[in-house]
Design a protein around this ligand. Sequence first.
Ligand code: 9Z3
Length: 361
Amino acid sequence: MATPSLGDMSPADAESVYFNEYPPPKALPKHEALARAFIDRHVEANRRVVLVTSGGTTVPLEAQTVRFIDNFSAGTRGATSAEYFLQEGYAVIFLHRQYSLLPYSRHYSHSTNCFLDFMDEAPASDSTQSDHGPIVVRDEYQHQMRDVLRKYRYAKQNNLLLLLPFTTVSEYMFELRSLAKLMRPLGPNALFYLAAAVSDFFIPRSRMAEHKIQSSELPAHLDKDSAVEPDDIYTGENEEQPSQRKKLVINLDPVPKFLHRLVDGWAPDGSMVVSFKLETDPSLLVYKARTALQRYSHHLVIGNLLSTRKWEVVFITPDPPHERWLRVPKARRSKSISGVEDQVGLAEAKKKSDGSAPTPE
Ligand code: 9Z3
């Protein structure tokens, strides 16, 4: 009998099969210890805590990974929203793709926004008798950089921001599950803001090649990995030089939809769950976002299209008005690199403050 796919199982069964297949990420115990201490501190202070997920997950093609499937997300939405949550008094656990954009430093880490362009060497002062002047921030950037620096320092000194990285989709799943469970003592003071671009497809561990997938035939005694099927051999166009090169045919399974488990099992009772829905076809966006909200019975789906995500999003809610569009006016678009985050982050933070949750200190 064929083994049932994860998609055919109950969410709880799919959870145990999926998590038993992978070893937990090496950094998980350390991340859990950091998160536990962070959460305890904020439970004590009766402060709201948001878990912001950000950036894209990878799907490795090999266990000893040389190649992987990635996606476009730079983490702009997550990093920018985190700043707004901090501004509204939340403590933020920022679960992000390693090396993607981070709150505050994102202002100076784009390739078009390189921090070196913000700096200058000031003239050397006569008293030091050195020909090296101090490195300073250029006059025109002083104001903005001071503002960002103060906010960054405030978050750091008050332990309001915990940065936890992931890379692969399975690392993301392990981290999400652990963090959600650790957040239970927060009860209604917990918010989940799932902006990471999570892969929909993956290669189950049982079918994954251990070593680097070869692109040409190996002699039989060296060919240990059967991940590439013999049918996928490509003999090349040059008949005179049959190279025996292989095609790579990848067979991916759907990633189990763990939003169900997050809402019904892992997350604390009374917490708020916000997910994002990304589409490229405008005619599907609202339908897919509504379907997600109905399927997982959480609080809000924020829909966005790849091409317009910086300027417009749609809020899909269980209660009226059910569908609400937020748009950055055309005149403001070119001035704001964070785009609609200015409104999304604030709207979210305010919405939670209007509810039953206590206001931050
Ligand atoms: C989003 O839709 C985010 O807004 C973006 C942000 C990834 C578009 P950037 O990092 O982009 O600012 O460049 N995130 C969620 C995408 C996602 O994977 N959603 C899942 C789905 O659509 C549900 S959790 O099925």
